[in-house]
Design a protein around this ligand. Structure first.
Ligand SMILES: C[S@@+](CC[C@H](N)C(=O)[O-])C[C@H]1O[C@@H](n2cnc3c(N)ncnc32)[C@H](O)[C@@H]1O
Length: 246
């Protein structure tokens, strides 16, 4: 049983069509290069692989990739791109599902650890990553830094995108450490906006480091993006690499 919301057929069909910056050649090239270097000559496991935005090009780069995915609809879109033998996917919860074999790299990108809405599940997710890693293997997480500095007393919402096609803002429940991302997206030329919302549990880098320790992993590197820009107090997100002792 997971607290994650299930991605349905419409979200799955729209996912690749949205052509976000995350799907651009610049972002994907750097992402795949970063992960391929860490995988070395071993295998990689993507938690919440979705439609294979990252997993498919990483496989094409020559890294053997497997995935875990909760939504059969997202996995079905991936399956149109690549067969099961080339990129196996197990349907299940990334906090508990076990995939056969050992991996040199487990990775969980695009803020998706926040889809697990309790601390306990996020800890289990780290434990599950460690369970799949060979000694010396790495777990990589890409996650936004909670933007609470933009939330003065009395205000509950922080905008993260204000553009012609999309209006996005987060609302916060500081007591429960939860946020809701609200999206208003213009679908066609008729001026109508589609409304969507998703729930997330935000966490600071330091909390993730503690989860990693609980799972037997040590922080090796933290950067601000896939190009390796140093992480600073102004960085809106981080990519963190934890290592299982050799
Ligand atoms: C933002 S998409 C990211 C997909 C892909 N990793 C990417 O970077 O494009 C989030 C994905 O996480 C999946 N997901 C959410 N909670 C999950 C869970 N507990 N276990 C496995 N997958 C989960 C969703 O079904 C969805 O495919």
């Amino acid at each position: 049983m997971t607290t994650s919301e299930l991605w349905g057929p419409e979200s799955a069909e729209r996912y690749d069509a949205e052509e976000t910056e995350m799907a651009s050649a610049a972002v994907l090239g750097a992402t795949v290069g970063f992960l391929a270097d860490l995988a070395g000559d071993g295998r990689a496991l993507e938690f919440a692989i979705g439609t294979g935005r990252v997993g498919v090009p990483l496989r094409e780069r020559g890294v053997p990739v497997a995935g875990i995915e909760l939504s059969e609809h997202m996995a079905a879109v991936l399956r149109r791109k690549v067969d099961e033998e080339t990129l196996p996917v197990v349907l299940g919860d990334m906090a508990t599902t076990v995939v056969p074999g050992e991996f040199s790299l487990v990775y969980l990108v695009y803020n998706t650890i926040s889809n697990l809405l309790t601390q306990e599940e996020q800890v289990e997710c780290f434990r599950n990553a460690a369970r799949h890693l060979r000694p010396g293997g790495r777990f990589v997480v890409e996650l936004g830094v909670p933007p609470l500095r933009f939330l003065p007393p009395g205000q509950v919402a922080v905008p993260f995108d204000v553009s012609e096609r999309h209006l996005g803002f987060d609302t916060f429940d500081i007591v429960e450490q939860l946020l809701v991302s609200h999206h208003f997206t213009r679908d066609g030329e008729d001026g109508r906006y589609r409304r969507g919302a998703s729930r997330h549990r935000y966490a600071w880098p330091a909390e993730l480091d503690l989860m990693a320790r609980i799972a037997g992993l040590e922080l090796e590197r933290r950067v601000a993006d896939w190009d390796g820009t140093p992480f600073t107090q102004e960085s809106p997100k981080h990519i963190s690499v934890w290592r299982k002792s050799a």
